[in-house]
Write a protein that binds this ligand. Structure first.
Ligand SMILES: [Zn+2]
Length: 408
């Protein structure tokens, strides 16, 4: 039976029609029609062949930028070159320009690219990535495959500071590259408006429980022969995502993980087994190395995608100690004071006197308002807009933080 307005708004129906959704049953286009002739008051989204067919699907199509240069049209290589300069800088882009749109690289060509883009990666990491590129037709310059640096941190017992002892690189695939790999095996379509967030019913059915710690997403796929596959993906609620300022979010990360799993299930043995995780290349720059905060000189750990703690990559063999504890939270713990127990928290707002105290302490500790804001919202995650919003218990935390900074 066609989809009625009880299941989908008229607006959504029109969007499905314009985006080229097709019938899940027969693959024919779906159309928005008035239900009058079927004795239904309201619009329908129906298969153009049969009112009996239920469900919509959307086929994955390659974009012009996804195809190698041999199939290019217009000035695609000039656009590629410009993008490449933006991504890795002019000097490296000049050296690697001949590979910017190459769909298939030899191992040696891949090695040249990888050592230029990630000069600090070890020989074995470069070798592994080069083999994967050559074997699966991937090009790092087209944002197919990334090496993501991970710092192994250790707490210096003398200073109490977290220090980097070594850096290892984990290979991850872009989600687009995953779609391209799958597409080479056959046509496939996304069913039932997936990827999307999982309903609690779906979680109960698939996991046997409702996951409250993570955001969970689901993807349903179908190939031309009618084979289907379901994938699920999770992203921890507590973990930030890279590219949040550009529109990335936790649900998106959960969705691409679910999509990757579904693609692997629909096309088994098509993906490199040594690459476990996936990133969204729209929010992932190729980058040469670590990203450093120019204000403080500190390395921004959140700028890197953290791998799924439930499914850590095995290619870093014991180098990633406690993968569940991302470096992002570890160093913060050294400056955060013990939180006041819930029961005794004083929720009253700060007094003008207390605000004056803060102002004086800021001067004394030589801490800027911006830095204090970072402490409040980034480390403590309070989400306050101005210091006058601080609660009495938060004021105590701020005071002890500033006293410490002042060396008291
Ligand atoms: Zn149909």
């Amino acid at each position: 039976m066609a989809i009625t307005e009880q299941e989908m708004s008229h607006e959504q129906m029109k969007l499905h029609e314009s985006k080229g959704f097709v019938c899940k049953v027969c693959g024919a286009p779906v159309l928005v029609v008035w239900g009058g002739s079927y004795n239904i008051e309201g619009y329908l989204l129906k298969c153009c062949k049969s009112i009996e067919h239920t469900g919509v699907a959307r086929y994955f199509k390659l974009g012009v930028m996804d195809t190698p240069d041999g199939l290019n049209i217009g000035n695609m290589s000039r656009i590629r070159r410009r993008n490449l300069e933006k991504r890795i800088g002019e000097e490296k882009a000049t050296a690697l320009a001949k590979y910017s749109g190459a769909g298939y690289l030899t191992k040696e060509e891949a090695t040249e690219i990888i050592t230029t883009v990630w000069p600090d990666a070890s020989k074995i990491e470069v070798l592994k990535a080069s083999i994967v590129c050559a074997q699966y037709g991937l090009n790092p310059l087209m944002k197919h495959l990334y090496l993501i640096p991970f710092d192994k941190k250790k707490k210096n017992e003398k200073t109490g500071q977290w220090e980097t002892v070594s850096t290892t690189y984990a290979m991850v695939l872009g989600i687009k590259a995953s779609r391209i790999i799958a597409r080479r095996r056959g046509e496939y379509a996304y069913l039932d408006d997936t990827p999307r967030i999982m309903t609690t019913e779906e979680q109960m059915k698939i996991f046997g429980e409702v996951d409250v710690a993570d955001i969970c997403a689901i993807t349903r796929l179908q190939d031309r022969k009618g084979n289907t596959a379901i994938g699920t993906g999770r992203w921890p609620n507590s973990q930030t995502v890279q590219g949040a300022d550009k529109g990335n979010n936790k649900l998106n990360m959960a969705m691409i993980r679910s999509e990757r799993q579904a693609l692997e299930r629909l096309f088994p043995d098509s993906f490199p087994t040594e690459v476990k995780d996936v990133v969204d290349e729209r929010f992932q720059e190729i980058g040469g190395g670590k990203q450093v905060d120019t204000n403080t000189g500190e390395i921004i750990e959140t700028a890197r995608p953290s791998l799924d703690p439930k499914n850590p990559p095995d290619i870093v063999e014991g180098e990633l100690v406690e993968p569940a504890k991302t470096p992002e939270t570890a160093p913060a713990a050294t400056t955060a004071t013990t939180p006041t127990p819930e029961a005794v928290k004083d929720e009253s707002v700060v007094t003008p006197e207390q605000l004056k105290d803060i102002a004086a302490l800021l001067k004394e500790a030589n801490v800027t308002e911006a830095e204090l804001g970072k402490f409040c919202n980034k480390e403590q995650k309070w989400a306050i807009k101005k210091f006058a919003d601080l609660k009495a218990w938060q004021y105590e935390e701020v005071k002890s933080y500033l006293n410490k900074a002042a060396g008291k």
